[in-house]
Ligand binder design. Structure first.
Ligand code: FES
Length: 153
């Protein structure tokens, strides 16, 4: 979605900054807010660019760095950790060929270790873009990644 379309949906009030940033970032192919985007949002809301950059750097869900089409966020909080999230991480590293914080060369996947996704009762869990996967096993993870690769062929 174009930034102008998103900005027009919200009142010109900095109270809506995080909603605007999240909606716009989610709509972008590479899931990030560029410095040009920050400048346009700053002008629209009449707040300093530095304030917007501070908000982006504070919230782990927001980024000014381009990411892959699919952002894989593996929960690493205690319930997932004790339910063997590390074996899920190892499988993701194996099938994606990248580590935490990296993006595949084809820009398809970014891997991130993150915080609780609110599905602790069915851990380990991961989110890919806006879809959450629970009760993961290494085999299930490999299938999910292969299915996503199949979707883009
Ligand atoms: S601890 Fe992993 S989903 Fe809550």
């Amino acid at each position: 979605m174009l930034l102008n379309e998103i900005l027009s949906k919200y009142p010109k009030d900095e109270e809506y900054l995080i909603e605007i940033l999240l909606e716009y970032q989610t709509s972008k192919k590479n899931h990030y807010i560029s410095s040009e985007d920050v400048a346009r949002i700053s002008k629209h809301l009449d707040i300093p660019e530095s304030q917007i950059c501070s908000v982006i750097s504070f919230y782990t869900l927001l980024s000014m760095t381009p990411k892959g089409k699919y952002v894989v966020q593996l929960c690493h909080d205690v319930p997932c950790f004790v339910n063997d999230a590390m074996s899920i991480y190892d499988k993701l590293v194996e099938v994606l060929g990248i580590k935490d914080g990296e993006t595949t060369q084809d820009n398809l996947f970014t891997l991130e270790i993150g915080e609780c996704l609110g599905c602790c009762n069915d851990s380990p869990a991961m989110r890919i873009n806006d879809q959450v996967f629970t009760g993961l096993t290494p085999a299930k993870v490999e299938q999910i990644i292969n299915d996503l690769r199949g979707e883009v062929k």
